[in-house]
Every structure is written in structure tokens, then in C-alpha cells.
Design a protein around this ligand. Sequence first.
Ligand code: SF4
Ligand code: SF4
Length: 216
Amino acid sequence: MHVYERFHKMFSGVNENTFKTCRTCGGACEHNKIGTLLPGEKEYMAKEMGLSVSEFEVRYLDILRMDDGTLLHVLKLGKLCSFLNKETEECECRNFKPIFCKVYPVVFTVEVDKVNFTIDNWCKLSRNEVFRNYFETAIPLLSSLPIPIEWFRHVVSYDNLFFDYNKLEKYRNRKKRYEIFSLEEILDTEKAEIENTSLFIDPTFGRLTLNFENFY
Ligand code: SF4
Ligand code: SF4
């Protein structure tokens, strides 16, 4: 069994109660999270969907180029996640979604040559002891995944920042469907802090402008 398939079988990352909490929060993490795929995760997800890797990349991904030239695959930047069903507000890849979507509010820091996993106190789910305990059960599973520390080092350079998604969307509009963004471009869209948000349909564009992430 694929290591990521095993992970998904062991940790569901969701139940009705977490979803209720996320609704009261308004999906605020959507404004703070860039969905980064783990090494080998695009191949795993493409296979689950019966797509070639190149088809999967064009439909769902962009690339972040780090300052040293390392390329990381991320869910498309500057727009709603292509896996979000706008009618049901559900994630259409629930059973094989990016693992760092599934485990949030688990986040990480890197100290010298050690990765520390912790719960993000900014997330409303962290304020409920039952949820907190549940998400902490993902930490040993994450620790057992064969992820190089270099991957974590790169991701911490942007993962806990706040971004101006309107600005990011403008960058996206100038680019192709599957495109490389430099770390500098991403950091140029950083905001000092997140704004209060709520779920609503923008009548001008007739589309959902904010979604619930990570809990379907
Ligand atoms: S996971 Fe996101 S939407 Fe749910 S409570 Fe946390 S910040 Fe809010
Ligand atoms: S959890 Fe949200 S951001 Fe992650 S793949 Fe599903 S819809 Fe996209």
C-alpha cells in the first residue's frame, strides 16, 4: 500500500463537529494557507484520480520556486481550490487530499535539523480539547512519513504567513494555467495580519469568494 494511502486510512481528519466549528469560523485559514504537496503526493493523487501526472498538474497545481531553485508543487495559487465543490462546499478529493490540508491545524517549525509539529493556536479547532487531542494523533503519523527535512525548511519560509489573495490572483491572471511563481512574488503579497472573514457569494462575479478548507 502506498505510504500516503496508509496515512489516509489511519487519519480521517474530519467529522461533523469539526465541520460545524469551521462554519462558525468562516474558513479563515483559506486566507492564510498555501496548500503544498508532499514529495510524491502529486503522483499519488493523480493515480487516485486516474489522471496522468501532467494532466493533474495542469488542472490543479502551480509551482513555487525557492531561492535555491528547488521547485515545490502547490495547489493553484490566487484562486479557490479546484477541488472545492462550490455547490456543496465539500472537498472532492476528501479521501486522498493533500496531507497538510488534512492535518491542519497541525503545523510545524524547523530547528537546526529537527522538525517540530504543533497545533496552530490561531485555528478555532485548537480551542476545543477534544479536537486538539484528535489532531495531535496525526503527529506520530506525520513524523513517520519519509519527508526530507529540506522540504520542511522550504515550506516554513512561507507557510505561516498571511497573504493578500487579491494581489496573488492578479499575479495568477498574468500567468499560464500551470505556472511557476517565485518565492519573492509570493512574499510580495504578504499581509501584516489576516482580516476577519465570512463565507459569502459575491454577486458581481457569481461565485463563492471564500471557502472552508481542510475539513471535508
Ligand atoms: S481549520 Fe480553518 S476554518 Fe476551521 S476553524 Fe481552523 S482556521 Fe477556521
Ligand atoms: S481541503 Fe480544501 S484546499 Fe485542500 S484539497 Fe480539499 S478543497 Fe482544496
